[in-house]
Unconditional design. Structure first.
Length: 241
């Protein structure tokens, strides 16, 4: 009975915006039928999509949803970005500019190379992944917050013989995956936590403190802080040696 329904004579009477979607390899209805229908509805928009499925909610549905969304709203957002739960670690050298000015360009370059090699050695040891290096700072990601905290402490202790002091900050949250990089609010929070720390200090958000309960790590409450660009106040903690 469904296949016997004939509304061909009504198509020219349609006077509303119309979107006709048809998959090229549709096994139930030939794509030429979709083109024919769209051609007889005044102003209809015809979009041919790849695939062989007839029902719009099976197969690759993202292109269908994208076309419908753009047709209804005028905006195509595309698929939701891939998001992962990660612990981000930021480190940077305290008073880097003053140190560079005191030792000179060549010695500073050698010092940075030694610093970078030391940081990367500890990242490998604690299974961290280097995401970015800007000047004297590092951004790394970990799949476990306790290892990330211990790595930060190890980096702090390992670079002291080089004559430099670092600060470090950590936060755990959902991050957007951008190729080999991570982005999103969680990354910004990690950077702000690091900026609040002092020389030789490793600071963490309350999120990390809660996650590592039972891991044998000690923390000192450093109170509530307003993190630049981040809504609300955040309670931060310093990792005890």
């Amino acid at each position: 009975m469904n296949t016997e329904i004939d509304v061909r004579y009504l198509l020219p009477a349609v006077r509303v915006p119309t979107l006709v979607l048809h998959r090229t390899g549709d096994l139930d209805a030939n794509v030429e039928e979709g083109r024919w229908i769209a051609a007889r509805i005044p102003g209809a928009r015809f979009v041919e999509l790849p695939g062989a499925d007839h029902l719009p909610w099976v197969g690759d549905t993202d292109p269908v949803l994208d076309e419908v969304e753009e047709f209804l709203t005028g905006i195509r957002r595309g698929p939701e970005p891939d998001r992962v739960l990660a612990t981000v670690l930021f480190t940077d050298i305290v008073d880097a500019t003053a140190t560079a000015a005191a030792v000179g360009d060549r010695a500073w370059r050698d010092l940075l190379q030694a610093h970078h090699a030391t940081v990367r050695r500890e990242l490998v040891r604690f299974r961290g992944r280097e995401l970015d290096t800007a000047g004297d700072g590092f951004l790394a990601a970990f799949d476990g917050p306790a290892r990330a905290v211990r790595c930060a402490g190890a980096i702090r202790d390992a670079v002291r013989p080089l004559g430099v002091r670092i600060r470090a900050g950590l936060h755990t949250g959902e991050c957007e995956v951008m190729g080999d990089k991570l982005s999103g609010l969680a990354v910004h929070i990690g950077a702000r936590v690091a900026a609040a720390a002092g020389p030789d200090e490793v600071w963490v958000s309350s999120t990390i403190k809660d996650l590592v309960a039972g891991a044998g790590l000690g923390f000192s409450d450093r109170g509530l802080h307003s993190l630049k660009g981040v809504p609300g106040e955040w309670r931060l903690f310093a990792v005890e040696r």
